[in-house]
Design a protein around this ligand. Structure first.
Ligand code: PMT
Length: 414
């Protein structure tokens, strides 16, 4: 069990539901978590199934609900250890007095208690019970034990109870639980902003089976998308053909060609606050695509190419333009060429990387030189996900700085 009590926003949440009338509120909680882009795997104790059916949670979570440690078919799909590893956060809501006692005692006699023991993810509990049960010395001792081990205890709150009494013991409302889970995101530097990011290569077809493309894997753009999401942004990721899973919680639009990427970006750019062009878009595309496979007849084959649309420059040229960030992939004179692109394409910021067969493209790590009018910052070689977090922090800083109204001119005396 992890001792972490605060965390970046978790996208894979294992929701434990234990026996109590508040279990019905957890159905609404699942709905809210999914609306925020989380994947939710529900695990119910035997007692919980007496209050709400697994089918309700299955319909809301879109995943089969797990109830039994000894279910061979379910274990074959995702074993309890895998389940514990999958979770980025375990939230038990409602957590009954009995479950808190078993968790404090380190029991592993059902699926939920076993998952709580086996996970390295933070464990949070939202107790719900009768006020006397909550006030009882043994419950309080269990809660103290759990809190001392790093389990975060959310609530309970006071109010009228199902048993007719009034006092502390009500589970926090789903809205409050959701707010606690997404606190990091709601306070992030891009909270509430719409960010459109392009990633990956484009493919420009020559004939039905051949195309012109490049070595981009999409890793840099996808890492930037996940970092922007973690900074609180609503992210739309326009991706060329890559073999990467979509980071949870964002909208992905898949395209192949530069023309399709242009159309997809312009389809969503109207509401964007920030555009980040991390895709390696073709500069040139074949004038025409052969209807049939080109035959190997001539000794020499000439291809006729014309300029592909420049998506980045077209976004920067919009009358109501978002804060526009480009990338520059350069093999030589990196700063000079990147600076020229910043000016020529009228960008707000550019992220330059030195590229080559052993650099940046399709690598796990990268380094960036960030340039903006009047400023520069170097981000050292590191994993693309760590780099993306630093990069997004600078983009957020510059975005907010650009939004500040210009300082009023100082009145001149006399
Ligand atoms: O995908 P990875 O394997 O992780 O590799 C990451 C990366 C090296 C591809 C990435 O870090 C990167 O540098 N992306 C931009 C690649 C590129 O096309 O650079 P460029 O210097 O040719 O283009 C300059 C800018 O104009 C880029 O923001 C590009 O998206 C944009 N552009 C280019 C051509 C075009 N037709 N339309 C555009 O919008």
């Amino acid at each position: 069990m992890s001792t972490a009590t605060s965390l970046p926003v978790a996208r894979r949440i294992l929701l434990g539901v234990t026996g109590g009338i508040a279990a019905y509120k957890s159905a609404d909680l699942v709905r809210r978590l999914r609306e925020r882009g989380a994947e939710v795997q529900v695990v119910m104790t035997d007692g919980a199934t007496k209050f709400v059916t697994p089918l309700t949670f299955q319909a809301l979570s879109g995943r089969p609900v797990r109830t039994d440690l000894w279910d061979d078919a379910a274990e074959a799909a995702m074993g309890h250890i895998e389940l514990a590893r999958w979770a980025e956060l375990v939230l038990v809501a409602p957590a009954s007095a009995d479950f808190l006692a078993r968790l404090a005692g380190g029991h592993a006699d059902d699926l939920l208690s076993t998952a709580c023991l086996a996970t390295a993810a933070p464990v949070w509990v939202a107790p719900a019970m009768n006020r006397e049960m909550w006030a009882d010395a043994s419950t309080q001792a269990n809660v103290r034990t759990l809190a001392a081990r790093g389990v975060r205890v959310l609530g309970p709150t006071e109010g009228s109870q199902a048993c007719g009494e009034t006092g502390p013991g009500r589970m926090l409302e789903p809205e409050a639980l959701c707010a606690a889970l997404f606190a990091a995101e709601d306070a992030g530097p891009l909270a509430g902003l719409n960010v459109v990011i392009s990633a990956g290569p484009t493919r420009e077809p020559l004939d039905p089976v051949r195309f012109i493309s490049n070595r981009s894997s999409g890793k840099m753009g996808f890492a930037v998308a996940a970092a922007a999401r973690d900074a609180g942004a609503r992210v739309t990721l326009v991706s060329g053909p890559v073999s990467l899973a979509t980071p949870a919680g964002l909208v992905r639009v898949d395209v192949e060609t530069a023309a399709q990427m242009y159309a997809a970006v312009h389809g969503v750019i109207g509401t964007a606050d920030i555009y980040i062009g991390a895709a390696a878009v073709a500069d040139y595309t074949p004038v025409c695509c052969a209807e049939y496979k080109i035959k190997k007849t001539a000794d020499c084959l000439e291809l006729s190419l014309h300029k592909a649309p420049d998506i980045l420059a077209s976004v920067a040229a919009l009358e109501r333009r978002p804060y526009t960030v480009g990338f520059a992939a350069e093999t030589n004179d990196v700063e000079k060429h990147a600076l020229a692109k910043l000016v020529r394409k009228r960008l707000d910021l550019i992220a330059a990387n030195e590229v080559g067969t052993d650099r940046a493209f399709d690598r796990e790590d990268n380094a960036l030189l960030l340039l903006w009018p009047g400023g520069r910052r170097e981000l050292a070689l590191q994993s693309k996900s760590a780099l993306a977090r630093e990069f997004v922090a600078v983009v957020a800083e510059r975005f907010h700085a650009a939004r500040q109204p210009a300082a009023a001119p100082v009145p001149v005396a006399g």
